[in-house]
Design a protein around this ligand. Structure first.
Ligand SMILES: [Fe+2]
Length: 134
């Protein structure tokens, strides 16, 4: 179960980093978008790090539970920030057509990468990511 959930978390973060955050950097308010993106990439890195840490332990061992709990904690904090800060900012400028377009990109991404096929998951440097996607 953990491996399926971990894969879901990795794919979701990658989809956000390819679709949502580049959009925010290009269309959101510059200062807020950069701050929120920097925070999100750092959070995604922490989640990825915890997933990677869990791989080094036997499932059910103390070390595994510690890593899984770390992923859970980081993910819970991150979701709260996205739900309370990032998405409300997005809704301020996102009309229905934009939401449909981004939703189509999201579904296309998932269709092109079933179960993460063809994707590689790795930490990203937040400032470099912002520069490359602004
Ligand atoms: Fe995220």
């Amino acid at each position: 179960m953990w491996e399926a959930l971990a894969l879901h978390l990795e794919i979701h973060a990658e989809a956000e980093e390819r679709i949502l955050y580049p959009h925010l950097l290009k269309r959101g308010s510059a200062e807020t978008a950069e701050e929120e993106t920097d925070d999100a990439i750092r959070d995604h890195n922490k989640i990825r790090d915890a997933i990677e840490a869990a791989k080094g332990h036997q499932a059910g061992s103390d070390g595994w539970w510690k890593a899984v709990w770390q992923a859970r904690t980081e993910n819970s904090e991150h979701l709260t920030e996205e739900e309370d800060e990032v998405l409300p900012d997005f809704r301020k400028h996102a009309d229905m057509q934009l939401r449909v377009d981004l939703g189509a990109q999201w579904l296309t991404f998932y269709g092109e990468h079933p179960s993460g096929k063809g994707l590689t998951f790795h930490d990203k440097d937040p400032q470099r990511y912002i520069q490359e996607n602004s």
